[in-house]
Design a protein around this ligand. Structure first.
Ligand SMILES: Cc1ncc(COP(=O)(O)O)c(C=O)c1O
Length: 388
């Protein structure tokens, strides 16, 4: 290429799954039946009402034009009903909710809105790779706060205070995500209270990413915004991708105080031109799915979870049973050299794809992450291949 790339493109690596799934597709094209148990892409259907609403809305002549940058009032109201019902959090539908094209894009919009070049950002290690990648793209200075197994994968707030105090530049944002991906560590009100207190003390914006609160949760789902004083220092991303089996629809949102929402909207309205109205109408319907619908989805995942535990036993891995979310995080036996060797061995010799833990940070090198997004019989087939 004769045109040099921008530094940010030079320094950003292609997303691991984007590279590895191309390899999975190559194997499939060569006729191999690859069992992909690596990626969190729900295979279950959205609710019937959701699909019906999509079709009905698509038949309306008024559905096909540009929509408001803030999404439809019906979607924003459905999000506020969902927050009240699910988390006991009151939001103003006009001012405290911003629909997004999936929560992933919210990470970019929030970063563009709040970070100057050189500002400090704290990201979890282990954690979702986009927090780091996007912070770097906008020129922020990224520090990692370690999450450790012996600590239940919870932040060590004293170490966090040292990171903030020791940083040569002021820390603007802390990314937080509980139930935690990839370790499955649950969300608790106590953790969120501590986080909000920390954000007040250190004057940082807490960005909580909350896509897994309804998946295999052992207690009532929690929003960080349920903590007193949270709206002053925190925003929350949420999404229909996992909880409503709608990953491909790209429907998420940011919730928080008006000043934060308005600031992010200023940036976002210069980037995209809103979402397709039938998607938003159907998303509003999905947000009203009954508690029974969520229970039935979790019952399916519970069956798969038992099969995944058997698969991990077959690999000699160890894991905890208190994990929440769409994945199981497991430690490799000492006999295995690294996650990379195991993942490549399984992919090329057994045609089973599992995610290596190092995608989420170097501490993950002795772990793997297995997804629940596959019918139970496919997981059982993977076990037979592993044992065979
Ligand atoms: C922790 C975490 N945050 C955000 C996302 C992005 O979700 P969305 O589909 O809403 O963009 C994912 C998706 O895998 C995730 O695991």
């Amino acid at each position: 290429m004769i045109i040099p790339l921008a530094h940010r493109a030079d320094q950003t690596q292609e997303y691991y799954f984007s590279v590895k799934l191309a390899e999975v597709r190559r194997l499939q094209a060569a006729g191999h039946d690859v069992i992909n148990i690596g990626i969190g892409n729900p295979d279950l259907m959205p609710s019937e009402n959701t699909i019906d609403a999509l079709i009905a809305s698509a038949r309306q002549p008024g559905s096909h034009g540009y929509q408001s940058y803030k999404g439809t009032p019906a979607l924003r109201q459905a999000i506020t009903r969902f927050y009240a019902h699910t988390y006991g959090v009151t939001l103003d539908a006009d001012t405290e909710v911003l629909p997004l094209i999936g929560s992933k894009e919210g990470i970019t919009h929030i970063s563009l809105t709040f970070l100057n070049e050189g500002d400090g950002v704290l990201v979890p290690e282990l954690g979702y790779p986009a927090y780091r990648a996007v912070s770097q793209m906008v020129g922020a200075k990224v520090s990692e706060y370690p999450l450790q197994e012996h600590n239940g994968w919870q932040p060590d707030w004293e170490a966090m205070a040292d990171l903030v105090a020791g940083s040569p530049t002021s820390t603007k944002i802390i990314w937080l995500n509980y139930p935690h991906m990839p370790t499955g560590a649950p969300a608790t009100h106590a953790l969120f209270e501590r986080a909000v207190r920390f954000a007040h003390e250190h004057k940082v914006l807490l960005c909580h990413d909350n896509p897994y609160s309804l998946i295999l949760n052992k207690k009532s789902p929690v929003s960080l915004l349920s903590v007193d004083g949270a709206k002053d220092v925190a925003v929350e991303l949420n999404s229909l991708s996992k909880s409503h089996n709608m990953a491909g629809w790209r429907i998420g949102w940011m919730a928080g105080a008006k000043a934060y929402v308005d600031a992010v909207l200023t940036i976002k309205s210069n980037v995209d031109s809103g979402q397709f109205k039938p998607l938003m109408d159907a998303a509003a319907e999905a947000l009203d799915n009954s508690d029974d619908w969520h229970r039935e989805r979790n019952a399916v995942y519970q069956g798969r979870l038992d099969a995944v535990h058997a698969l991990l036993d077959a690999l000699g891995c160890t894991y905890t049973t208190d994990q929440e979310g769409l994945f199981i995080w497991a430690k490799l036996p000492d006999t295995v050299e690294s996650a990379e060797t195991l993942v490549d061995d399984l992919l090329y010799n057994k045609h089973v794809f599992i995610a290596p833990g190092f995608i989420f940070g170097p501490k993950g090198n002795r772990y793997i992450r297995v997804s629940l997004c596959l019918p139970e019989e496919r997981i059982r087939t993977a076990i037979q291949r592993i044992l065979g």
